[in-house]
Ligand binder design. Structure first.
Ligand code: URA
Length: 210
């Protein structure tokens, strides 16, 4: 079992994250770094996948060699910023099924409202990795995971780039069975719900919008 919270302190992850945080980093640079960092985070979030062995012939002899046990994966991107993490992870796990959850925040109730939900049918048979770069208030992440559980998901991990203590607490309370993997835990949220020091709006930084 992964710990409830894993902070990936690998030097390459931390170095790339620092460049991503820098407001002078271009959209192209940000996107490229997100792709690279997502490969390294994917390595961590898949650390404890079940293994089995199979018989192969090397040029020298027969051997029993370790291989993934074929347990199926589903990667779920929480729109829109989740797509930036998704692309890199798919390079590492090209056979994973992919789903999308779109939520927006109702400006009056401040509650997340679903506008898109398309996930693989057999979620209950898969290890589900939900991805969203920023775990801020946790409201949309919790709502997305609620929806995934309603759709049958039983074994879920949550992968993000940056987390705020408030979001981690909210996730731990709502979904204590969902391990979180992140590159860093920042100081706090500001009054607008942004992570500080953070990196700004991840979607805007990766897509060049404002
Ligand atoms: N979403 C972002 O993109 N950035 C934050 O700081 C918080 C939520």
């Amino acid at each position: 079992m992964l710990d409830h919270l894993t902070v990936v302190k690998h030097p390459l992850v931390q170095h790339k994250l620092t460049i991503m945080r820098d407001k002078e980093t271009s959209t192209a640079g940000f996107r490229q770094l997100l792709r690279e960092i997502s490969l390294l985070l994917a390595y961590e979030v898949t650390r404890e996948l079940d293994m089995t062995e199979k018989t192969i012939e090397t040029p020298m002899q027969t051997m029993q060699a370790p291989t993934l046990d074929g347990k199926k994966l589903a990667l779920i991107s929480i729109l829109r910023a989740g797509n930036g993490l998704l692309d890199g992870i798919l390079e590492l796990i090209p056979s994973a099924r992919v789903g999308f959850v779109g939520l927006y925040r109702d400006e009056e109730t401040l509650e997340p409202v679903e506008y898109y939900f398309k996930v693989p049918e057999d979620l209950g048979d898969r290890l589900v990795i939900a991805v969203d770069p920023m775990l801020a208030t946790g409201n949309s992440s919790v709502a997305a995971i609620d929806k995934l559980k309603e759709a049958g998901a039983k074994n879920i991990r949550f992968l993000c780039l940056l987390a705020a203590p408030e979001g981690i607490k909210r996730m731990e309370e709502a979904h204590p069975d969902v391990p979180i993997v992140t590159a860093a835990v920042d100081e706090k949220l500001n009054e607008h719900g942004y992570i500080v020091p953070g990196l700004g709006d991840a979607g805007d930084r990766m897509f060049g919008t404002k």
